[in-house]
Design a protein around this ligand. Structure first.
Ligand SMILES: [Zn+2]
Length: 465
């Protein structure tokens, strides 16, 4: 796909002059700009001038930096250096040239190269010193790739980098580098678990868990059972844990989620129970790490929100036996709406009225009234909903939860699934590998949770091999 806006754009000015600006412009700096751009710009419009001038300014800067770096040969550190991979000796093998993509544009750098015979490969000490840790992207370009790769499709990321920064990174390269960066964040998240002690603990902390299906490549689904008619699967479940506080109150005095208090952690991982395996599941470990970071168990009061899925409550009871368990009212209401649709037809007034009445009863903590209303209908949906209510009734004591000032339907968990997962991973035409999805999820959660800068600092300090 060709990009229409970018550094090469040279549009002619349309229409007349505005407020003498052009006149002054022409007199004062036109010649300077023309010297910089290297062409007569009198007839160009301002956008063409600014883009061309930026391109030239960056090019001049790139030349200066390249010249400076290539004339400095202090990266030669004697005939031998220890190999960063195996620790054995590596031999100086001359200076090697390589092109790097930086925010200033392409830079062709010549660096001292050391070769390790045992590893049959080599390294350049300067690459490490400059932070060119992998591939040929400069640290800041890599950061940009991380920013766009975590937010939009790789194709859109490619276009954004071009339009906003005038940098050309191929779509495939954005995909590879963003997923690679994501997998570094994934490993970092597993190994660096420090309690966030900034600010006081709120009186109540909420922890939410949810799952949502993400479309996968066929090769990732071989032998997996799913919800398709033939028993095959099209998706894998991403499991998400989020932690937040809700000390603020809305105009009705109901608790609302505190702005900026929510953090996310998500991956395609197993949440199987302890009695199956010796160790707790991968996702249980993820939940533990997130709880530790947020000091969840040190909060005076802890509440866990989720939908009715058994794995959520098994995990909650196993990890946080003292926490209050609440079925997110958002999910409970959804169940009731499904039943109403089945009884009265989708979008009908009767369905809406029935849903409204049941949700009101539920909100008042009157589970029995809802059960009675459901008992009048023998369809499968009503039966399933009764089972759901009976299983979870202790988690639906909404009257007493509300009296205790607890948040029961922040929809944080649900919107977390959309925000952290859906908006990026469930767009049309996207099919993921497990590793790719987990990398992008790690990248996205890190940014949404305000943890990316800390990771980036650790990364800059880390020795590479
Ligand atoms: Zn080696």
């Amino acid at each position: 796909m060709r990009c229409t806006v970018g550094p090469d754009r040279r549009r002619l000015a349309a229409g007349g002059e505005k407020g003498g600006f052009k006149e002054a412009f022409a007199a004062e700096i036109c010649s300077e700009i023309e010297t910089l751009v290297g062409a007569p710009v009198k007839e160009w419009d301002f956008e063409a001038i600014e883009v061309a001038a930026r391109g030239k300014a960056l090019h001049i800067a790139a030349l200066a930096v390249t010249r400076r770096l290539n004339s400095d040969q202090s990266d030669y550190q004697g005939p031998n250096l220890p190999c960063p991979r195996c620790g054995g000796p590596s031999r100086y093998a001359g200076r090697r040239q390589k092109s790097f993509l930086t925010v200033l544009g392409e830079m062709r750098l010549t660096r001292a190269y050391y070769h390790c015979r045992r590893c049959a490969t080599g390294f350049c000490p300067r690459d490490q010193a400059l932070g060119f840790q992998a591939g040929c992207l400069s640290p800041h370009v890599l950061r940009m790739v991380g920013v766009v790769g975590g937010r939009v499709s790789f194709q859109e990321g490619h276009q954004l980098l071009w339009e906003l920064a005038g940098i050309h990174v191929a779509t495939k390269q954005i995909e590879r580098q963003a997923e690679q960066l994501g997998s570094e964040i994934l490993n970092d998240e597993r190994s660096v678990v420090e309690a966030d002690c900034n600010g006081p603990l709120p009186p109540t902390l909420y922890l939410g868990m949810d799952g949502t299906g993400v479309p996968m490549r066929a090769s990732e689904l071989v032998g997996r059972r799913g919800k398709q008619q033939d028993g095959s699967a099209k998706t894998r479940e991403v499991k998400l844990v989020s932690v937040w506080s809700a000390e603020g109150r809305d105009e009705k005095g109901l608790p609302v989620r505190d702005e900026g208090s929510v953090t996310y952690s998500a991956a395609i991982e197993s949440a199987a129970c302890r009695d199956v395996d010796q160790d707790i599941s991968q996702f249980a470990q993820r939940v533990e790490r997130e709880a530790l970071r947020r000091r969840f168990q040190q909060a005076p009061r802890q509440a866990i929100l989720g939908d009715g899925a058994a794995w959520i409550w098994n995990l909650a009871s196993e990890l946080f036996p003292d926490a209050i368990q609440i079925v997110d009212r958002y999910h409970a209401n959804e169940h009731l709406a499904t039943v109403a649709k089945a009884i009265y037809g989708p979008g009908t007034d009767l369905a809406e009225q029935w849903t409204h009445e049941r949700c009101t009863e539920l909100k008042a903590g009157n589970v029995d009234a809802v059960l009675t209303a459901l008992a009048q209908h023998s369809i499968k949906e009503a039966r399933l909903c009764r089972k759901y209510l009976r299983t979870n009734r202790q988690r639906m004591r909404y009257d007493s939860f509300h009296a205790a000032g607890l948040c029961t339907s922040s929809a944080v968990v649900e919107s977390g699934c959309k925000r952290a997962v859906g908006l990026r991973l469930k767009q049309g035409g996207m099919f993921w590998t497990v590793d790719g999805a987990n990398g992008i999820l790690a990248l996205r959660c890190s940014r949404l949770s305000g943890r990316f800068e800390d990771f980036w600092e650790r990364r800059a300090l880390r020795p590479t091999g």
